[in-house]
Design a protein around this ligand. Structure first.
Ligand code: NI
Length: 257
């Protein structure tokens, strides 16, 4: 069975098809999905969706793009909502210097605040880091004692050397459609990730895998990610499913949610 660890069904591109997608998950070999918020409103929507469906879990938080809109109100909501059994992590949080949609100092501050929030809530963090690996490592180092509930690098896009840096924080690494793109130098990176640290995701509606690149991504395409990892690691796809499934449970459900 498969868990798609990163979806945005509350995104405008998928919102109208949420029900249809969720009801067809088991036909696609998918046991459950994690719906990820990117700010106050989408995090509320993620929780609503998760409460409605037994195979949907919510990850709530403010994306670095949206850091400029982070507020005490959002923080209070996240902390309170974290007590709900359907909320399994704080994310996606981090730094994005590729788009720079929020001021970098604000991004860093909001990232640090949400690491502290996750620790208070006793939940893992799901990280979105793009073109900001050095600063991300600095912030993680400064908050090392607040990361004991687990760390996931979502849509990991840096080097194999950087895998070793992040392993110092006991990180897990999730891969999605990007590993199927041509000239994606992901083989070496995936080989550098220990098998007990590997997770899968779609990040739908974004990052649609080949051969559907250009279309809207959906959870069912996580199967193409499984195929690609099986090919890179030269193992059976069933083994990839089982391994990533077990890793996902270990990271997100070890506290009994
Ligand atoms: Ni995302």
């Amino acid at each position: 069975m498969i868990i798609d660890t990163h979806c945005h069904l509350c995104d405008a591109r998928l919102k109208d098809r949420q029900e249809e997608i969720i009801f067809s998950l088991s036909d696609c070999g998918i046991e459950s999905i994690f719906e990820v918020g990117w700010g106050f409103d989408s995090s509320k929507d993620a929780l609503t969706l998760a409460e409605k469906h037994s195979n949907v879990w919510a990850i709530i938080g403010t994306h670095p793009h949206d850091a400029k809109n982070y507020s005490d109100q959002a923080e209070d909501f996240y902390l309170q909502a974290a007590e709900n059994k359907k909320v399994i992590a704080i994310g996606e949080i981090g730094l994005d210097y590729y788009y720079d949609l929020s001021d970098r100092e604000v991004q860093k501050d909001v990232f640090a605040r949400q690491i502290c929030l996750a620790d208070k809530a006793g939940l893992p963090v799901v990280l979105h880091i793009r073109d900001a690996y050095k600063d991300a490592l600095d912030i993680l180092s400064a908050h090392r004692d607040k990361l004991k509930h687990g760390v996931l690098m979502h849509c990991y896009s840096s080097s194999a050397e950087m895998v070793r840096e992040f392993m110092k924080f006991d990180c897990y690494f999730a891969f999605g459609g990007a590993i199927t793109f041509k000239n994606a130098k992901k083989d070496e990176v995936i080989k550098a990730v220990p098998e007990d640290r590997l997770l899968i995701e779609t990040d739908c509606p974004y990052m649609t895998p080949v051969p559907f690149r250009g279309q809207t991504n959906e959870p069912k395409y996580v199967n193409l990610v499984v195929d690609k990892i099986a090919q890179i690691k030269n193992i059976d796809r069933k083994a990839v499913e089982e391994r990533t499934y077990r890793n996902t449970l270990k990271l997100f459900f070890k506290y009994g949610k």
